[in-house]
Design a protein around this ligand. Structure first.
Ligand code: GLN
Length: 472
């Protein structure tokens, strides 16, 4: 029996090449776990009906090309439900897109298809990626495989839970303010938010266009790196995409900056203790720990909750009942819009559209939106300054372990769980969350994450420090 809970791309690749199992066996083993576990966990909105067929195709490639096939050939991968795969439904977990079929492939889907990876299905998420718990899905809540009374994090909670329960070898998520790293941390896996532009956003449903990035979730840094290598790169279909193939350094002993002043309140005691333990481990491995100050970063959350709703409100204007998915008719065109959007969007999405419309309105634009952009620049400068003296910056990924389902019904307390992840989206720098042990809550061991951020295009530094920390 294949143990899909501990499998890595490297192990699977070896098994596939040595003929220990086929891509079909591998896909079947994942489908079996999904069948067994997912009625409770609910990581998937849809498991595709052609998985085994695709796996047979991958076996064919492996047979013909052997070692010269792509490292992802035959690897089962799950997709967050906001990434387009031609011919498949895609809904961003929203009622407003029920019945909508993707007319084309996202660039990442196209690239992964070309590798011969096997697409398992689409995973649950907070509606339009707005949330930190996957509770805002119109399909119901995903549960954390480590404790089913708790959330898996969000918004890519379905992708994180799928990997964590052994129902996918790797998965794709999107990260606008922490939606890959925070669920990775809650579910005990690795999650990477790449440099802004490193991965094409073509075919990703836009939330906050200046913040969004697609990235991988997996069980090891090596797995995440392999998927990242396959999906990154300049794309003529996304004018914000960048090419940085030749621009990354490798370094074994790093200077790790620690902004301790950001952890003075709000971080739970044992999470902080585990973080300090992680720093000690890094020091023992030969890295240097250095205190740093990031003066304006305490404003990051406030800045984010102005810029993100502003961008989301304009991006979501396209859902008018005419072009995509749901249409609810009223007596006039204006009523059609109002009823469709009122019924099609969930509460959190409506809240953010209203916030965004307000901060962009003629009377308030300068006071809110422009001011937020100015402070965003200051935050960016703080990091640029800090990276003159350190290679990477470490913080906890989130101030707490996974919280209980229904526990954060007040949106503001939910927003606070992104306090450490948001700066990377505001500045565009890459950041990774790696598992850093567990803390205990109500007799359950719950994973927590350690986050590293690096200067733009320096993903390799994240991979080296992450591997060093996890002894990969
Ligand atoms: N939790 C954050 C929010 O609700 C981040 C979401 C995301 O990264 N997509 O906006």
């Amino acid at each position: 029996m294949l143990d899909t809970k501990t499998l890595t791309i490297a192990k699977a690749r070896k098994g596939l090449l040595e003929g220990d199992f086929s891509a079909h066996d591998l896909a079947k083993a994942h489908l079996d776990i999904i069948k067994k576990e997912d009625s409770e966990i609910y990581a998937y909105i849809e498991v595709f009906d052609d998985v085994l067929n695709e796996a047979k195709g991958a076996d064919e490639i492996l047979r013909k090309k052997k070692e010269s096939s792509h490292i992802l050939t035959g690897i089962p991968i799950a997709f967050k439900d906001n990434i387009l795969i031609q011919g498949k439904s895609v809904t961003a977990a929203s009622k407003i897109l029920q019945g909508y079929t993707a007319p084309y492939n996202a660039t990442v889907s196209e690239k992964l298809k070309d590798t011969g990876a096997v697409f398992l299905g689409r995973t649950n998420m907070d509606e339009f990626a707005m949330g930190s718990s996957t509770e805002n899905s119109s399909y119901g809540t995903t549960k954390n495989p480590h404790d089913t009374l708790r959330v898996p994090g969000g918004s890519s909670g379905g992708s994180a839970a799928a990997v964590s329960m052994g129902g996918a070898l790797v998965a794709l998520g999107s990260d606008t303010g922490g939606s890959i790293r925070q669920p990775a941390s809650f579910c005990g896996i690795v999650g990477l938010k790449p440099t802004y532009g490193a991965v094409s956003r073509y075919g990703l449903m836009a939330m906050g266009s200046s913040l969004d990035q697609i990235g991988p979730l997996g069980r090891t840094v090596g797995d995440v790196e392999a998927v990242f290598s396959a999906i990154k790169g300049l794309d003529p279909l996304d004018s914000t995409s960048i090419d940085f193939a030749s621009d990354t350094k490798k370094k074994d002993r790093l200077i790790v900056g620690v902004p301790r002043h950001l952890m003075e309140d709000g971080v739970e005691d044992d999470v902080l203790e585990a973080f300090n333990g992680a720093l000690e481990k890094l020091a023992t491995a030969g890295h240097t720990i250095k205190d740093i100050e990031l003066k304006n970063v305490s404003y990051a959350l406030g800045v984010y909750y102005i810029i993100m709703p502003a961008e989301a409100s304009t991006n979501l204007a396209r859902f008018d009942g005419m072009r995509f998915g749901l249409l609810k008719e009223g007596d006039t065109l204006l009523e059609d819009y109002a009823i469709t959007r009122g019924e099609g969007f969930g509460k959190e999405v409506r809240r953010r559209i209203m916030l965004g419309t307000y901060v962009l309105s003629a009377g308030y634009y300068d006071a809110y939106y422009n001011k937020a952009q100015t402070v965003r620049e200051l935050i960016h400068n703080d990091f640029e300054e800090a990276f003159k003296t350190v290679d990477v910056i470490a913080t906890p990924t989130a101030p707490t372990p996974a919280f209980g389902i229904g526990e954060k019904s007040d949106p503001l307390s939910m927003y606070l769980s992104d306090i450490f992840t948001i700066p990377a989206n505001l500045t565009g720098m890459p950041a990774i969350s790696v598992p850093a042990g567990t803390v205990s809550r109500k007799e359950k061991d719950l994973p927590i994450g350690l986050q590293f951020a690096a200067p733009h295009k320096q993903e390799n530094l994240l991979f080296s420090v992450g591997k060093s920390f996890l002894n990969e």
